[in-house]
Design a protein around this ligand. Structure first.
Ligand SMILES: *Cc1c(COP(=O)(O)O)cnc(C)c1O
Length: 379
């Protein structure tokens, strides 16, 4: 028996995670170490088990998160890891950053001053440079002026600068213009780094690789590769070919609660958007938009039942949805697959995302708290 109520759950394969780590390491240059991006509860996969597997079984040393809460959680799972906060921490929490031995991303000189001004402890940091993402970081017209500001930060009391990094905006694109844009972003940060070296400052880290870059351009000069979505086996962009076998590590399952035969003209679900044909078999499934299965999949998505694709009919409700199981031998109690494999069929989070106009990232991050995560470690 499963230790949870059998309604809707996510099955996560840690062996697939380990395989993905191996694949990613194979794509990285030997000089580049993996930094596992485990923000947002490891992209909805559950940060505790994912972090422990990565640290204890895969030997991953570097982790990245979005905020202090996540960083403190990861510190609890991985006492020896290096943990970088990519996003904002209010300066009044500088003491906690130091206490938990976290590395903070620093986005401006003012922010560095605010951090160091609020504690006597030394704050470890990587300096974020905005080379074209337009989100956060030091922004300069030339690598030389950027280098000057960073050199000042390196001399600041209470701040220990251990690296610089930037984030690509279009590394997932095959468009020539976009490729040139990414090359310019990379050139800017490397020129900044080299300028620092020429000024006598050799920082341990310079990093800029994300999943899309890992799949599309190999730069051995990035000391760390911040891999997020590909760890979980999904595509940074559905059009981007991945030069290696990645396995989606999450499957999403639910149960059939009720099956009925309907008559011509019977309506299914809210809004009466679907009217049945004579003799149709309709099954009700125990998952809905409150579980993170989007209402935008109403009358669009498909669900696997006994290895067959069954279309969603009518609107997805909060806790339930209906599918057409005509011709499928479906009964109450049967397990259905919303994301994952069943027989020869497979539905990925990337496929679901494309059905309703989003990306696989949002699908997996959106699987709600109500859905228990279970873990398997064997093949
Ligand atoms: C989220 C994030 C990543 C990981 O991105 P993926 O596309 O999932 O690999 C890397 N770097 C930064 C700064 C991020 O915010």
């Amino acid at each position: 028996m499963k230790p949870y109520l059998k309604r809707a759950w996510a099955e996560i394969s840690l062996s697939a995670l380990r395989k993905n780590v191996g694949t990613i390491r194979g794509l990285n240059a030997p000089s580049t170490e993996l930094m596992a991006v485990v923000k947002a509860d490891a992209y909805g996969h559950g940060d505790e088990r994912i972090c422990r597997c990565l640290a204890e079984e895969c030997g991953v040393k570097y982790f990245a998160v979005s905020n202090l809460d996540e960083a403190i959680a990861v510190r609890g799972f991985c006492p020896d890891a290096e943990i970088l906060i990519l996003g904002y921490t209010p300066p009044e929490y500088a003491h906690e950053i130091a206490q938990y031995n976290i590395i903070q991303g620093v986005v401006s000189t003012e922010y560095a001053q605010a951090l160091t001004g609020s504690t006597d402890e030394t704050i470890r940091c990587h300096i974020k440079i905005d080379t074209g993402m337009g989100r956060i970081g030091l922004k300069h017209d030339t690598p030389e002026s950027c280098c000057n500001e960073i050199a000042q930060l390196c001399g600041m009391d209470g701040l220990h600068v251990e690296g610089i990094y930037t984030h690509f905006a279009v590394a997932d694109s095959k468009n020539q213009d976009d490729i040139a844009y990414t090359e310019n972003q990379e050139k800017f940060i490397l020129d900044t780094y080299d300028c620092l070296v020429n000024s006598g400052i050799s920082l341990p880290h310079v990093h800029f690789m994300n999943s899309a870059a890992i799949c599309s351009r190999n730069s051995g000069r990035s000391t760390l590769a911040r891999a997020g979505i590909i760890l979980y086996g999904l595509h940074p962009d559905i059009g981007l070919e991945i030069p290696g076998e990645l396995e989606p590590i999450m499957e999403l399952k639910a149960v059939i609660s009720h099956v009925k035969t309907v008559s011509e003209g019977d309506f299914i679900s809210y809004g009466r958007t679907f009217s049945a044909k004579e003799g149709m078999r309709i099954a009700t499934v125990t998952i809905g938009y409150a579980d993170g299965y989007s209402r935008l999949l109403s009358s669009k998505g498909e669900i696997l039942v006994h290895g067959k694709r069954c279309p969603i009919v009518g609107r997805v409700c909060m806790d339930q949805l209906m599918i057409d199981v005509t011709g499928v031998n479906a009964e109450a109690g049967d397990i259905v697959t919303l994301i994952g494999r069943d027989g020869n069929q497979r539905i990925t989070a990337d496929e679901l995302a494309s059905v309703y106009g989003t990306i696989g990232y949002e699908v997996v991050c959106g699987i709600s708290k109500r859905v228990p995560r279970t873990y398997s470690t064997e093949e």
